[in-house]
Design a protein around this ligand. Structure first.
Ligand SMILES: N[C@@H](CCC(=O)N[C@@H](CS)C(=O)NCC(=O)O)C(=O)O
Length: 203
């Protein structure tokens, strides 16, 4: 059975949420989100980068959340969580799926690092200012996209919403003022009321 290594509030929420939406059985191992454990030989044997998430699917180890999401979906080809291959919306779906980690997350991670994680003497205020400006562009774009549709690909909830939903969960956690973006706020309410999200995020 597919095993997911998880820690609360981390990107492993994306994987658990996807599995919950698919209704597929899985095993969850909750690990300590502590550098000592993540850099231990025991955990580095699971993920050589010492990060979360990681999965073990019958000996196949993967550790990049977007790739894990695509891998699991490929095993559930034709599921309700992806638009049909070959349709124009499929291209948009892939773009949003990857936008979540490749474009949305970097400024969020920089804000977290330089506001909470690094020791105060290593925090750089201008990094935070620049990251906030980059994040504002991302949120403005997303808010505009969501003006006319309930989910990022239209009327149907897809795995791209799972990828983006985690980003918004994290924004909320670090008090990014999402209330300034009416469409995003309504979207996040829709996403976070789903039982799969609530189970995955421990809410
Ligand atoms: N691009 C990777 C990022 C993984 C990542 O940075 N995970 C964070 C938790 S959300 C982590 O484990 N951080 C621990 C560290 O960097 O020491 C993914 O999407 O899986």
């Amino acid at each position: 059975m597919l095993k997911v290594y998880h820690a609360p509030n981390t990107r492993s929420i994306r994987v658990l949420w996807l599995l919950e939406e698919l209704g597929t059985p899985y095993e969850k191992e909750t690990v300590e989100f502590d550098p000592k454990y993540l850099q231990s030989d025991a955990y580095l044997a699971i993920n050589p980068l010492g990060k979360l998430p990681a999965i073990n699917d019958n000996g196949l180890m993967l550790n990049e959340s977007g790739a894990i999401v695509q891998y699991i979906l490929a095993k559930h080809a034709g599921s309700h969580l992806e638009p049909k291959l070959g349709t124009p919306v499929y291209g948009k779906y892939l773009q949003w799926l990857h936008f979540a980690e490749a474009t949305f997350m970097p400024p969020v991670s920089l804000i977290i690092q330089h506001t909470f994680r690094k020791p105060p003497e290593e925090r750089v205020a201008s990094v935070v200012t620049d990251a906030q400006a980059a994040l504002k562009k991302v949120l403005t774009l997303l808010d505009k996209e969501l003006a006319t549709k309930p989910f990022i690909c239209g009327n149907e909830f897809t795995a791209a919403d799972i990828m983006l939903g985690y980003d918004l969960f994290l924004c909320n956690l670090i008090r990014v003022p999402l209330a300034e973006y009416a469409n995003i706020s309504a979207y996040f309410d829709r996403l976070s009321s789903r039982p799969g999200f609530q189970k995955a995020s421990g809410k």
